[in-house]
Design a protein around this ligand. Sequence first.
Ligand SMILES: [Zn+2]
Length: 469
Amino acid sequence: MMSISKAMCRSRLLQIFLAMGSAFAFADTPVEMVVEGDYVLTMDSDHRVIANGAVAISDGKVVAVGPADDILAKYQPRERVSGKGKVVLPGLINGHAHSAMTLLRGIADDLSIYEWLNEYIFPAEVRFVDPEFVRIGTQLACWEMIRGGTTTFVDMYYHPDVIAEVVQECGMRALISATVIDQKSPDAESADDSLAKAIEFVRRWQNKAPRITPIFGPHANYTLNVEQLKATRKAAQALNATISIHMAESPYEVEYSQEKYGTGSVSMFESIGFFEGPTIAAHMVWPNDDEIRILAAGNVGVVYNPTSNMKTAAGIAPIPEMREAGVAVGIGTDGAASNNDLDMWEEMRLGALLQKVNAMDPELLAAAEVLRMATIEGAQAIGLADVTGSLEPGKQADLIQVDFTDAHHVPTYDVISHLVYVTDEQDVTTVIVEGKMLMRDRVLLTLDTEQIRHDAETLAAKIRKELSP
Ligand SMILES: [Zn+2]
């Protein structure tokens, strides 16, 4: 038998529902936020494109995804984000960046990777990169990435504690690699010194902040020797940490590897047991067929950097072949000094077009596949597929709204086609990470953009003065 108080409570609830008298009558589950869209792309295994869809969010996580009518009939949001003229999808994942290099954007262009690195970038970095440079450069990069709809990135640079602090403050999600390199760098004197500092960094940030994953970033097999690469893997294994690295990027690297090790880069890494732990390999332009099998067997995540590869004339990565072999491939911008921006939409578009013209096959890397690489497959490639990359109940609420009302989106026959072949950074209006709004109506909420612009210009003026003869 029902108690009197329960019966009273129920009748009171019924009165409230009747008073509301709308579709909300049974919306009795409170949630923090509902984000709506003319279309919602889940990017999960069902590849759903939901017309008039919505995402319910609470405690930083996705609670439910479905038609807006169903979601609003069930959930009572504290905040409702209108989706009129908007498309909702998971935030983009930039799988390879050197974020603070935004401050070296345009400092040296139109050079081979060898000349660019050794004659310009490495010397400029030793001269100018200090914690303040990294703070301002990373803030500038996060501004650009949030503005363009990127919610997660994999970074590799110097003074990683400063990068982690900026990411923590601005609300993005990141894997942050502490660079290990066998030369004097902005934050270390030698390979041993950089590895020791990387170990300390990973220890400091492991399990400290949920949005930040500290990892190791050995630079490449032409800037570290075998013993140093092995020592880095051993340290990563001991701490159960991921490694991100440049691999098989350029003809220069392949020649170096053949000359020094008598084998291609990927084979050389395999021969020293380097893939016995989670690995994110950026670029991967020159693996041969055997090496593609090694990458698949070793569960190596690959990141495609088409603009950087085109700009340094490094080559064209065999992306369809790697994906066919079962390798998870994400997309990255690389640093802003070799791109020269952090625009993932442009990266998707150029990445698809480059593969098509290379093989003279327009069916290669269709729009839906490229969009997967920038979202859920990118999450797989960097080991975060359980956390982000798709809109599914239980996963982190990392999502964006893209405005589809501007001239270039009209008319819309196919949402996915537009996202890959039309959309620009400026079309992104809303960015949410872990359920928290980082950008609303194109206004950044967690970064002081005027201050960053001022700081970046001031620092650039100093660099310009010192570089002038
Ligand atoms: Zn790189």
